[in-house]
Design a binder for this molecule. Structure first.
Ligand code: PAF
Length: 282
């Protein structure tokens, strides 16, 4: 596996090689990331990963400084999964000067759910993803990038960005990897105490129960939506969580569903000091 830090070195390595299949990450890799990498190995000629903890997508009070950095273990896992090129820019490689040009996502998609509770998050994500795409895919007629469904809204925002900017990149979704008890794998699970870890499955259970209630409501769902979401949230909060949202949305728009829409249930909640997100298509 080639490891490169600067954009110019990355381009020099990738230049003579074929179509990249790219997995962007912030490191601290778990089995979910490795599943994305394996998917990339199946899809492209040159499996590429990046590790970069992107300051732009963290709010000032969030965990940018304490975000776990596990460089050596990450390199070993990527190499074993078939990654051919690892792009690990330092801060000055991606942001040699303050990043004053930003990619502003569609507010109808980005200012709700995660965007409501983490204002500016998707601007930070889109800006770095666009920059990573420019670094990895420059000069390539076609490429593919793999994103996890665990970050459902991020996947939709990136897809829309690629579509609107007509980037020659296929965005492939990979299913959420879960622990045996159903907890979605996440780098932030490592923040949980043993007691919190045992309790953490309640978030996916709450999503499943809300999804079943939404399906059972059938045509009455639009009228009953607020009550169902409120009850689901009250139950999770009563178990000791601080819920940001538990929401039933249209898979197509992430807006409140209209009759006949395919549904996704999304949630974000804090257990102690750890904020977890998850979703289920129902
Ligand atoms: O999902 C992530 O890990 C990040 O948001 C991403 C896509 C690597 C951008 O920093």
């Amino acid at each position: 596996m080639h490891i490169v830090h600067s954009i110019s070195d990355l381009r020099a390595v990738l230049g003579p090689l074929g179509r990249p299949a790219f997995v962007p990450t912030m490191g601290n890799l778990h089995d979910g990331h490795i599943a994305l990498m394996r998917r990339a190995v199946q899809l492209g000629e040159v499996p590429v990963a990046s590790i970069f903890v992107n300051r732009l997508q963290f709010l000032p009070h969030e965990d940018f400084d304490s975000y776990p950095r596990t460089w050596e273990a990450d390199c070993e896992r990527l190499a074993a999964a078939g990654c051919q090129v690892l792009f690990a820019p330092r801060e000055h490689d991606l942001y040699p000067e303050p990043q004053t040009f930003k990619v502003q996502p569609d507010p109808l998609l980005a200012d709700l759910l995660e965007g409501q509770f983490r204002p500016g998050f998707f601007t930070g994500v889109c800006t770095v993803v666009m920059k990573l795409f420019c670094a990895v895919f420059a000069g390539k007629a076609q490429g593919v990038a793999v994103f996890g469904q665990k970050d459902y809204q991020q996947l939709m925002v990136v897809r829309r960005m690629v579509q609107q900017f007509a980037l020659p990149i296929d965005i492939v979704a990979a299913p959420t990897e879960r622990a045996a008890d159903g907890l979605a794998l996440s780098s932030r699970n490592g923040y949980l105490s043993p007691a919190e870890r045992a309790q953490a499955v309640q978030l996916s259970q709450a999503l499943r129960a809300l999804g079943e209630a939404a399906r059972a409501a059938g045509e009455a769902l639009p009228a009953r939506l607020a009550d169902l979401e409120h009850a689901a949230r009250a139950q999770l909060d009563a178990s000791g969580w601080q819920t940001d949202y538990l929401a039933v949305r249209s898979r197509r728009t992430l807006q409140a569903p209209q009759p006949g829409d395919a549904l996704v249930v999304l949630g974000a909640a804090r257990l102690g000091t750890t904020r977890l997100i998850d979703n289920l298509e129902v």
